[in-house]
Design a protein around this ligand. Structure first.
Ligand code: FE2
Length: 348
């Protein structure tokens, strides 16, 4: 982030996170500042560099605000790192321990898509990590509660022709399995097209990967790659048990979401016949929440506008009821909403 304090404040004021940790010059780390943000089981860390020699400095200069690293909790960071490298991962940071009187945290990192580090974190510490303080931290208790609970999935965008290589990476290096694949004829509009494969460890870590496909005009995935100047995280989906309350609160706090075309809800009610009678359809339409059915299950989802200055990283809010997909039935409606925004930016 260019300004970690301002971005942390955004996550607090707009999404209902609490800041639970801080490190920076005051805690003995002069080269960068970090804020730890928590809500439910979700933990985000926003960091800005103070020293041009810090790696975050170059990351922000090239990519703007975005996801620098994805952290995977492991029992043994040494073992995870060594196994990943033995299976073909590119090492970025060898295992290193931070220790204080309360415990230790061991981090190691390998290269993911683009400059997105994949970090193994072994935490044997009651707090976040040594060197983090909980003094004077910010939370907005006046605004309505949002109620986000856990990370549902994290989506990456990679270059055209690179999807299969990254599918192999998650299979060979991380031991993930392919959950679903969508080809361009399944996800395309007149303009945008993409191919997508969903990789999962089968225990709650789910990582869809997209690549752009040729269409009549520039794919939204290509717009991302151009703006981010390379592959990276496209969106992070956060699960809530009550999406109407969450999106109502987020909207009151100033978050703007993409809204499907008005005709969407007539079609959605037909698709949900016999299943969605108890849904608060007026609230869903008012808030732009989309619905997707899978047999006897369904999911509700909404996508924010990009969070920073570039059309790159955004957040999805999702509520699942026995559905394991990602809203494929909504892709077309969503694409059309994204393309309206893309057109306004002159990028179609
Ligand atoms: Fe998603």
């Amino acid at each position: 982030m260019g300004n970690a304090r301002a971005v942390a404040q955004l996550y607090v004021s707009a999404f209902g996170f609490s800041v639970t940790g801080y490190s920076g010059p005051e805690t003995g780390r002069p080269e960068r500042v970090s804020y730890v943000l928590e809500q439910g089981a979700i933990r985000l860390v926003v960091t800005a560099a103070l020293d041009p020699a810090d790696a975050v400095w170059d990351h922000v200069r090239l990519h703007g605000d975005g996801v620098r690293g994805l952290s995977f909790a492991v029992d043994d960071a040494d073992a995870a790192f060594n196994a990943a490298v033995a299976h073909g991962a590119t090492p970025v940071q060898s295992p290193a321990a931070d220790t204080d009187e309360r415990g230790k945290v061991v981090h190691a990192a390998v290269a993911g898509y683009g400059d997105t580090l994949h970090v193994f974190t072994e935490r044997r510490h009651p707090g976040f990590a040594p060197g983090f303080s909980a003094d004077g931290l910010i939370a907005d208790r006046r605004a309505p509660r949002v109620g986000l609970e856990h990370i549902d999935h994290v989506v990456g965008n990679v270059g055209e022709g690179d999807l299969d290589r990254w599918v192999e990476f998650y299979r060979d290096v991380f031991g993930f399995e392919e959950m679903t694949h969508f080809d361009r004829d399944q996800i395309s509009t007149e303009y945008s097209a993409l191919r997508s494969t969903v990789m999962t460890n089968g225990r709650g870590v789910t990582m869809p990967i997209n690549e752009p496909a040729p269409g009549r005009k520039r794919s939204q995935i290509q717009e991302y790659l151009d703006a981010y100047r390379g592959p990276g995280v496209q969106h992070v989906a956060l699960h809530t048990p009550d999406i109407v309350t969450a999106v109502d609160a987020m909207t009151a706090r100033g978050v703007r979401c993409l809204t499907p075309p008005p005709s969407y809800y007539d079609q959605a009610r037909q698709r949900m016949a016999g299943l969605g009678d108890e849904l608060a359809w007026e609230d869903l339409a008012r808030l732009g929440i989309m619905v997707d059915r899978e047999g006897d299950g369904y999911l509700l989802q909404v996508f924010t506008e990009p969070l920073g200055d570039r059309p790159t990283l955004f957040v999805e809010i999702i509520e699942r009821h026995g559905a394991e997909g990602f809203g494929e039935g909504n892709f077309k409606a969503l694409f059309e909403a994204i393309e309206r925004e893309q057109g306004r930016r002159g990028n179609l």
